[in-house]
Design a protein around this ligand. Structure first.
Ligand code: FPP
Length: 316
């Protein structure tokens, strides 16, 4: 039963994507509302291994191809005007992968940073690394620090690489630092608020993500921005990361722009529709009443809602 009621929505979504895929990248670009872009776009790049397996290649070939997707997506995000782009490149949990794969990923990261510096400078992209960076091999840490320093004044876009990152670890670390500050009496417990807590996180200088994309068909957030994604729009696509290129990004942005973000509030549109529904129901009842007087004790829908919410028993 549940499947039957949900089918149309799923169909609509598939239809939307299918129709979008038929359009050219230029057409898609022209459809994007540049005044309504996600300020911060976060991406879980997943599916490199499966991409390689489908081609009977070693996993590293998937990661190598994944770098091409990184280049294209960074460039497209910069082109459209996304202000912050976070790529979840290596999670804390990824340390448990075979040592060979971890070393190859670290090597790829170094190559990317060395090769990409000129490009980042030319495109005014600032690089930031977040996560437990100190766990990375020393040469990679040095390279990251140096690229961060070189690009620190770039104003076009901030590219954040989440490396050795874990949302829970970030929160634990934030709590530890906050407690240290309380002990040192530089802050009081009473001063703790969501805003203050956010300042203790790795992402203190970065706005919360507006849109999170995960590739490869997995529908979970895998210890990513757990605190920061409270109101983030989530977009899951079956496309494997190495195949996620400019066109796929434009489609994801259009999908995001088709959504209505309510941040826990009632939609202004729905409010109108809701009260119109009540007015219409009242109207029908009143029309009926013109012929027959309203029986004692019968209230119109609007009256019922008002009396229910102003009744003295509420909240007792
Ligand atoms: C997930 O695919 C991908 C990763 C764990 C690494 C992502 C790394 C890159 C794209 C290249 C390096 C990144 C940068 C920023 C230079 P998976 O291996 O889990 O794929 P699978 O789930 O299909 O096995």
């Amino acid at each position: 039963m549940e499947g039957a009621t949900r089918a149309p929505a799923i169909k609509m979504e598939t239809l939307f994507k299918k129709e979008m895929e038929k359009l050219s990248e230029e057409r898609l670009l022209s459809m994007i509302d540049m005044g309504h872009l996600p300020k911060h776009l976060a991406i879980i790049m997943d599916g490199n291994g499966r991409w390689a397996a489908q081609r009977h290649l070693p996993r590293i070939a998937g990661h190598r191809e994944g770098i091409l997707a990184v280049r294209e997506v960074v460039s497209a995000a910069r082109e459209v005007g996304v202000a912050f782009l976070t790529l979840y490149a290596f999670s804390n949990e990824n340390w448990t992968r075979p040592m060979g794969e971890v070393s190859q990923l670290m090597r790829l990261l170094s190559v990317y940073l060395k090769r990409e510096l000129n490009n980042l400078m030319a495109n005014q992209v600032r690089l930031l690394a977040i996560g437990q960076i100190e766990r990375l091999p020393v040469p990679v840490v040095r390279l990251l620090k140096s690229v961060e320093k070189e690009t620190q004044d770039n104003k076009g876009m901030t590219l954040i690489l989440a490396l050795s990152y874990s949302g829970r670890a970030d929160m634990m670390e934030a709590i530890r630092h906050f407690c240290d500050d309380v002990q040192r009496q530089t802050i009081s417990i009473e001063a703790l608020s969501e805003e203050v807590f956010s300042r203790y996180l790795n992402t203190h200088s970065i706005p919360d993500p507006d849109l999170m994309i995960r590739t490869s068909g997995e529908i979970r957030i895998s210890n990513f921005f757990l605190w920061q994604m409270a109101y983030t729009e989530l977009y899951f696509t079956k496309t494997l990361w190495p195949d996620f290129r400019r066109k796929a990004l434009l489609i994801a942005l259009l999908d995001y722009q088709s959504r209505e973000r309510r941040f826990g509030q009632v939609s202004p549109k729905k409010k109108v529709v809701g009260s119109m529904d009540l007015c219409l129901a009242d109207e029908v009842l009143f029309c009926h009443q013109r012929q027959t007087p309203r029986p004692a004790g019968v209230t119109t829908p609007t009256e019922s809602v008002h009396s229910e919410w102003s009744s003295p028993q509420r909240g007792a």
